[in-house]
Design a protein around this ligand. Structure first.
Ligand SMILES: Nc1ncnc2c1ncn2[C@@H]1O[C@H](COP(=O)(O)OP(=O)(O)O)[C@@H](O)[C@H]1O
Ligand SMILES: Cc1ncc(C[n+]2csc(CCOP(=O)(O)OP(=O)(O)O)c2C)c(N)n1
Ligand SMILES: [Mg+2]
Length: 349
């Protein structure tokens, strides 16, 4: 759906020429980045803080479809999904390494677009690209990013700290990225059937952006700090709320009660889900890729938190033997199952 104009073969530059070309505009922003691109390893100094490291891969056909994903957006998203994991530890992200594998179908201009999205995300979130790897692949684009950050030991929030009675909170709204994907996939099918029909995404900007250009919630980490609230547990929502809350309760050896009516769902998400014959609640629970933060707080912190319109309190933590329950709008009780997105069982690839 997106056309490419100029085309320079990467073979013209070679591997080192390409690396030079892509990295020459990197200016180190963080004091902790002692040595970035250019040597056998980067050198970092967190001066007494704890280092946080996380890594995630994105593979063409599994995590993204280039038929409807502009490369600049893809670069931006690849950085976001990785920074999100550092924020989910209640830390600050400061560095990333970026490793790329691509076939000769990608021109220099295409890789530049991808990198431009990554640089934009790094600029906005004050993160340094400090290294990576560049190689060729037989087919398909492979992106592997490692994110690095820091936190004071006493600020780090794990998945396993939820206590009975804690309130379960989620930032932003859920299900939009999944419904956005359904929309893009439908338009792709329409385009494949008749290339003269232009994609009809009018009025759907919000959910399309939720899929193509997610924003990691650094602002929530800042807010928690400002309110002097340390969550008892936290995780980012990549696979879907249901799957993530089960990670928290399993690791904390607790149960939970979540209320369907409390789930934050944007009206456009709900309306578009229904037009696809999908239940908005199921999209919110199992859609994935929202990159919101799911966390638990002590009840004593409720008064501080309740005024923030961007955080919803969706339930509370129970004892383990009570299980993981969803209370529907009709008052029925269901067990929460991990029906989140799973790369090995997904039929979407
Ligand atoms: N191949 C692997 N080798 C070692 N550890 C892994 C591997 N794959 C995943 N992990 C680890 O398993 C844990 C869960 O991974 P994952 O579900 O991908 O988390 P997230 O959703 O935060 O990316 C993380 O600690 C991750 O580092
Ligand atoms: C072509 C395509 N297929 C499927 C999806 C949906 N999808 C891709 S990644 C993902 C969830 C997160 O992926 P994972 O590799 O499990 O990340 P992690 O949990 O390790 O952060 C989802 C729902 C998509 N965006 N595009
Ligand atoms: Mg992962």
């Amino acid at each position: 759906m997106f056309e490419q104009t100029d085309r320079t073969e990467i073979a013209k530059l070679g591997e080192f020429g390409l690396i030079d070309h892509l990295t020459k505009h990197i200016h180190i922003k963080n004091e902790s980045s002692i040595k970035g691109v250019g040597d056998d390893a980067a050198v970092l100094d967190f001066k007494g803080k704890k280092a946080l490291i996380s890594t995630d891969m994105l593979l063409e056909g599994i995590h993204f479809d280039l038929a409807f994903t502009p490369l600049k957006h893809l670069g931006y998203k690849a950085i976001m999904v990785n920074l999100s994991d550092i924020y989910a530890m209640n830390g600050m992200a400061t560095q990333v390494t970026v490793s790329l594998g691509f076939s000769s179908k990608f021109s220099l201009e295409a890789i530049e677009e991808l990198y431009a999205g990554m640089l934009l995300a790094c600029e906005k979130f004050n993160v340094d690209i400090i290294g990576g790897d560049t190689t060729s692949s037989r087919q398909g684009l492979v992106i592997s990013i490692t994110s690095i950050g820091y936190a004071d030991e006493s600020d780090i929030v794990y998945r396993n700290g939820a206590e009975e009675g804690d309130l379960i909170c989620v930032s932003g709204d859920l299900g939009g990225a999944y419904v956005g994907l359904q929309l893009l996939e439908r338009e792709k099918q329409v385009f494949l059937t008749n290339p003269n029909i232009q994609p009809d995404l009018e009025g759907k900007d919000y959910i399309v952006e939720r899929q193509l250009k997610p924003e990691a919630r650094i602002d929530i980490v800042d807010l928690l700090k400002k309110l002097k609230i340390k969550p008892t547990s936290m995780i980012d929502i990549s696979d879907g709320l249901a799957s993530e809350i089960l990670h928290i309760t399993r690791q904390s050896k607790k149960g939970c009660k979540i209320y369907e009516e409390k789930l934050p769902i944007d009206p456009m998400t709900a309306e578009t889900a229904l037009s696809f014959g999908l239940d908005p609640t199921v999209c919110a629970l199992s859609g994935g890729e929202d990159y919101e933060l799911l966390f638990t707080i002590k009840q004593a912190d409720y008064d501080q938190m309740k005024h923030d319109v961007d955080i919803s309190i969706i339930g509370y933590i129970t004892e383990e033997s009570a299980g993981n329950q969803l209370i529907t709008k009709a008052g029925n009780v269901h067990d929460i199952k991990a029906q989140g997105w799973n790369a090995f069982t997904s039929t979407q690839s």
